[in-house]
Design a protein around this ligand. Structure first.
Ligand code: SF4
Length: 242
């Protein structure tokens, strides 16, 4: 790592610690002392994603040593019918990725897929955001499940693969099915859900990373947009401006 890279990592670590320092920064009860800009938000999302990747690798080692088989494989998109919700830092990181010339094909594939995706999902993204902002976890979960059962593939999935794989949201990175992916789709006839593996260090990190992202979102957006967890497709489409 270069000296600048180490400095940037240290600075982002300090920012994450500050954002996590008070629960009220995430809930919005107390404003973060300074605005957090788009660049900082994007870098923060990337740093947290790198930490999650370390956690999922450690979980995979534990699973293997315990005799479990992780069913998730490249090209498997069984979980990409979930409507993934994000805060602005993750949306910014994806939008920046799509802005790079080398990712023009990924950007074009997303823009082509977005309109039919939007027609298929209707106003479900906005209703999910409304339930989240209203603090209604029961209504939110029910709507989320309903949407999952409609089996609409994420607009970032092109021909079975994630076009934004290096910058995919933390929730996608953390997805896991043991033994088989057959139970990942909604409404499997058996009624069973895929077997998961509790891995406390990663589970705890995911909780704290979500708080950091929420606090960064609140510090980045004007007050009326605080807490607006959104569909990743909607949020990125708005930022890319197409
Ligand atoms: S962002 Fe990528 S991994 Fe996540 S649901 Fe969409 S296509 Fe699948």
């Amino acid at each position: 790592m270069t000296a600048k890279g180490a400095t940037d990592d240290a600075r982002l670590g300090e920012l994450a610690a500050e954002l996590a320092g008070k629960a009220s920064y995430a809930t919005g009860a107390r404003p973060f002392p300074r605005p957090v800009g788009d660049e900082e938000c994007s870098a923060l999302a990337a740093a947290l994603a790198a930490q999650v990747d370390l956690g999922t690798a450690a979980r995979a080692r534990v699973a293997s040593e315990s005799g479990f088989t992780i069913a998730c494989r490249e090209g498997c998109n069984a979980c990409c019918e979930v409507m993934v919700m994000v805060y602005r830092p993750e949306a910014l990181a994806i939008a920046r990725f799509l802005d790079r010339p080398e990712n023009a094909a990924a950007r074009a594939a997303f823009l082509a897929a977005y309109r039919p995706w939007r027609v298929a999902v209707g106003d479900a993204p906005e209703r999910l955001t409304d339930r989240f902002v209203a603090g209604d976890p029961v209504g939110y979960d029910a709507l989320h499940l309903l949407q999952f059962r409609r089996r609409v593939l994420c607009a970032f999935n092109h021909e079975g693969r994630c076009t934004i794989y290096p910058v995919r949201p933390l929730g996608c990175r953390n997805a896991l099915a043991l033994d088989t992916h057959e139970l990942c789709a909604a409404d499997h006839p058996s009624g069973r859900a895929p077997a998961a593996l509790a891995f406390v260090p990663l589970d705890r990190f995911m909780q704290s990373a979500t708080k950091v992202l929420r606090a960064a979102h609140n510090a980045n957006r004007p007050s009326e947009e605080r807490h607006r967890q959104e569909s990743v497709c909607v949020a990125v489409h708005r930022i890319t401006g197409d």
